[in-house]
Design a protein around this ligand. Structure first.
Ligand code: NAD
Length: 464
């Protein structure tokens, strides 16, 4: 590792998709960059303990489920033999390949990469501690905060042992006989699906009235129908009131909406009740930056904080806490730091839940339109009317368009079905280009594909 320098043109704290994207772009634009992060190579939560390992395990889940379900198509496989050590090694290999590649770019672009942590001493100086025990002061001209987020824990609950957060669950220490997932959001449903496919009896407990609160109910209901077959139970409107780790499992107490209490026992528990920004460990008190009520660092359209020479991006800078939003903000912050004109003003940020079926959406949802008392036209098409869906041995899925009745512009698109996450990019481009329903129906889509549901749904808005 290089020695801690005395000064730097641009310091970037955190090397996840936000931090490393900012570092690479800034270096390409000619800035001298110092990137600080505790891991050996860039990658952050997304590569080491989030998006990438979860998608690798979801692929394994998909292979298992498709093999099982192919009996209905006349192809029968035997029971799969799972070698958990090999699955884990393969998943870790994917992580190593990607993070190693990023490490290679750090070297190629001649970035100063310090493996350690940093805290503000004042608004122009950081105290840096490296993992090998060195400590030093680093003064900087500009800084980008990209420290990401961490899981929220239930009060008084410690992870380790049989209770884990997403990082613990992704380590795949074992496949427990039973698993309780607390939280029916992105992480709970994705990792619950993985463990269900690997053979655990999975229960999900969600405190609100539905899975994936905030997501369109039409889309969620398609997913829920399939999850009800994969999971042992889905408890809605239910809270966990107690968790007690025992020798052979965890005793869990629940309370439902009516105040009725029950107790159950699970081999393991995964807590996935949201994430919070890592804004409390940066010494921001020693700067003029004040956090908002959720702990996010307020920024303007150029990602500048209350200290104009300090930028914040990614999970630290607000919702949605998604890697691709961090990357887009990183490119803005790096360009502005290098003296260019840039602003973060996307028309749509896609969101994807990588369950089976996947849910993906962008732009306005019907729920949000209702909350805003905004008039919209909607069109929805179940995928069982799409040839490609049936040739995949599936009949579940839906495409939903939200249209402005004044001018026919697309305001939002929601998809649920196999591969929805890959299809949503077309909708994001359509929104960015201010496309109308007519544009969508007039665009030739390849046949037979799932993408045809986009123009077919648009077609439903027209007579003839
Ligand atoms: P989430 O906000 O998606 O879901 C948390 C769920 O837990 C919510 O439904 C909430 O109502 C519920 N909950 C909260 N407290 C509870 C309690 N005490 N008992 C029962 N339920 C409770 O959060 P997450 O799943 O932890 O994921 C965190 C963030 O990580 C997401 O918001 C997302 O930004 C990001 N993420 C994205 C992806 C993806 O893009 N595919 C995948 C995983 C995570």
């Amino acid at each position: 590792m290089p020695a801690i320098p005395n000064k730097s043109q641009l310091v970037i704290i955190g090397a996840g998709p936000g931090g490393y994207s900012a570092a690479f772009r800034a270096a390409e634009l000619g800035l001298q960059v110092c990137l600080i992060d505790p891991e050996t190579d860039p990658g952050g939560v997304c590569l080491y303990r989030g998006c990438i390992p979860s998608k690798a395990l979801l692929h394994v889940a998909r292979v298992i489920t498709e093999a099982e379900e192919s009996a209905a198509l006349g192809v029968t496989f035997g029971r799969p033999r799972l070698d958990i050590d090999r699955i884990r090694d393969w998943k870790n290999g994917v992580i190593a390949q990607l993070t190693g590649g990023l490490g290679g770019r750090v070297a190629k672009l001649k970035l100063t990469h310090l493996q350690g942590t940093a805290r503000f001493k004042d608004s122009r100086t950081l105290v840096v501690k490296t993992v090998d025990g060195a400590e030093g002061e680093l003064s900087f001209e500009q800084a980008i905060l990209a420290g990401g987020s961490r899981p929220v824990m239930l009060p008084g609950v410690q992870t380790g042992g049989r209770i884990s957060d997403s990082s613990g669950a992704l380590e795949l220490a074992e496949v427990p006989q039973s698993l309780l997932v607390v939280g029916g959001g992105y992480i709970g449903l994705e990792l619950g699906s993985v463990y269900a496919a690997l053979g655990s009896q999975v229960s999900v407990v969600e405190m609100t009235a539905g899975l994936l609160p905030g997501c369109d109910r039409d889309l969620v209901s398609v997913l829920k129908r399939r999850l009800e077959k994969q999971f042992s139970e889905i408890l809605l409107n239910t809270r966990v009131t107690g968790l007690k780790e025992q020798k052979n499992g965890v005793a869990v107490s629940f309370e439902d909406q009516k105040g009725e209490r029950s107790d159950k026992h699970f081999a393991r528990v995964l807590i996935a009740i949201g994430r919070r920004p890592n804004s409390d460990n940066l010494g921001l008190d020693n700067t003029a930056i004040k956090l908002d009520e959720k702990g996010f660092v307020p920024v303007d359209g150029q990602q500048r904080t209350a200290e104009r020479h300090i930028f914040a991006i990614g999970d630290l800078a607000g919702e949605p806490m998604l890697a691709h939003k961090a990357t887009a903000e990183a490119h803005v912050a790096a360009a502005v730091a290098a003296g260019q004109k840039a602003v973060f003003e996307p028309r749509a940020i896609p969101a994807v839940v990588f369950t089976d079926p996947e849910i993906a959406w962008c732009g306005l949802t019907e729920t949000a339109a209702r909350e805003q008392k905004r008039k919209v036209k909607t069109a929805k098409m179940p995928w069982r009317g799409n040839g490609r869906t049936l040739t995949l041995g599936r009949d579940d899925g839906m495409t939903k368009l939200i249209i402005d009745p004044e001018n026919d512009r697309l305001l939002g698109v929601g998809l649920v079905g196999p591969g929805a996450g890959e299809l949503i990019a077309e909708a994001v481009l359509a929104l960015e280009m201010a496309a109308t329903a007519e544009d969508l129906r007039g665009t030739i889509h390849p046949h037979p594909t799932l993408s045809e549901t986009l123009y077919e749904t648009a077609q439903m808005l027209f007579k003839g």
